[in-house]
Design a protein around this ligand. Structure first.
Ligand SMILES: *Cc1c(COP(=O)(O)O)cnc(C)c1O
Length: 385
């Protein structure tokens, strides 16, 4: 008689056990790190006592017209939203001077960036982006099972410290490259490049490689040389531009972004879109926000004003502040960074630590309102004393 087989150890059914069953791209994936648990911190400190400058939100909020549109939409909560988002797309088409067929709406541009990877890259293929590029580029590439080709950024000593090395990015494009992600301006560095650099870069990318230009902060860029890739879309049919209502429009809570590209690219992306991916109140609010250009201009002007005031105030304290065309600044604190960060959290000031980006000696600080920036600087003076 044969021996009974030994009992196998019961599996733990833990994350590792399930990860081993996931598709290869997901096995090595690390979930998006949102920074601090803000809900817990709000409970601990009370919302009014927190200075939340960790997520690049717009401190002024959206156009009042967006709030009114949401209230107006509430009678229809039992209805599915327009799956085509037709009204918002027509408003966007007018705003940007493109065809309705060139626009795809997303549940935040995060969703669109993820979907671009899923649609255009796969196992055995490569996606190129810069070191210190937006975190979602790596997530999207890995989730698609494609290889990441991370290109070294410009050195800290460069005029645009840690900015995109566009020549090196173009040179990294090879036979397996399907997609290139470039954020302009970039998060978390705040850096940007101008129109000549953009055109020289796009000239070097073969037409069969899709270039995704993430322009989440484009509305806030006021450098004279800055140009959105939307201005050269006609010349480069392989370019796709993502925008968002989360930053300049002050609607991060609603989760709406959009993609502008060739109608053919949009049609292929649409095959994988979840049918009702943008909710009804969000569609209504974004359309209303788009119609209130004065509010957008006002919020961007306040941001530009506060951005230079904050950058100067930080520089006066002997800190190195990276140039920025966004609503945040990257600031070098050196070896004391973790202590500074922790001491600020203890004072209710929430910033974004940068260890996950490989910038452990820096902290990213969103530009707040004048009052928030004052409270940040007061806390910082205590901490640095
Ligand atoms: C904030 C941000 C986004 C926008 O994300 P949403 O999903 O639209 O809120 C996209 N790209 C970059 C670089 C960002 O910083």
């Amino acid at each position: 008689m044969s021996q009974p087989a030994p009992l196998a150890a019961a599996p733990a059914f833990d994350e590792a056990w399930f990860a081993a069953r996931a598709q290869p791209g997901v096995q090595r994936l690390k979930a998006y790190d949102p920074g601090h648990d803000l809900v817990a911190l709000r409970r601990q400190y009370g919302e009014a006592h927190l200075v939340e400058l960790g997520s690049n939100e717009n401190p002024y909020g959206p156009s009042p017209a967006a709030r009114a549109a949401i209230l107006d939409s509430l009678h229809a909560l039992h209805r599915y939203p327009d799956p085509l988002g037709g009204d918002l797309k027509r408003a966007l088409a007018r705003t940007h001077g493109v065809e309705v067929g060139q626009i795809l709406l997303g549940n935040g541009s995060h969703e669109l960036l993820m979907q671009l990877g899923q649609v255009f890259a796969g196992p055995g293929e490569e996606v190129v982006f810069s070191r210190y590029g937006f975190a979602v580029f790596a997530l999207s590439t890995q989730a698609a099972g494609a290889r990441m080709r991370i290109v070294e950024a410009l050195p800290r000593e460069a005029a645009m410290p840690c900015g995109h090395d566009l020549d090196a990015i173009a040179a990294a494009v090879g036979a397996d490259t399907k997609l290139v992600y470039v954020a302009n301006p970039n998060n978390p560095t705040g850096t940007w490049f101008g129109r000549d650099a953009l055109v020289a870069f796009l000239d070097k990318i073969p037409a069969h490689v899709i270039v995704v230009m993430d322009e989440a902060y484009a509305e806030m860029a006021d450098a004279p040389d800055y140009a959105s890739a939307l201005s050269v879309l006609d010349r480069y049919p392989n370019v796709a531009v993502t925008r968002t209502f989360s930053k300049a429009y002050g609607l991060a809570g609603l989760r709406v972004g959009y993609l502008i590209a060739q109608p053919g690219l949009i049609a292929v992306m649409d095959r994988l879109r979840e049918s009702f991916n943008v909710n009804g109140p969000a569609l209504a609010a974004c359309e209303a926000a788009l119609g209130d250009e004065d509010h957008l201009r006002w919020a961007c002007a306040r941001n530009a004003e506060q951005r230079s005031a904050l950058a100067e105030a930080l520089a006066r304290r002997g800190l190195r502040v990276f140039p920025s065309q966004t609503n945040f600044v990257l600031v070098e604190f050196g070896a004391r960074t973790p202590q500074v960060e922790a001491a600020l959290v203890a004072r209710g000031v929430i910033l974004r630590p940068m260890g996950g980006y490989g910038l452990a000696d820096c902290i990213r600080i969103s530009v707040g309102s004048a009052d928030e920036n004052r409270r940040l600087l007061a806390a910082l003076d205590e901490v640095l004393a």
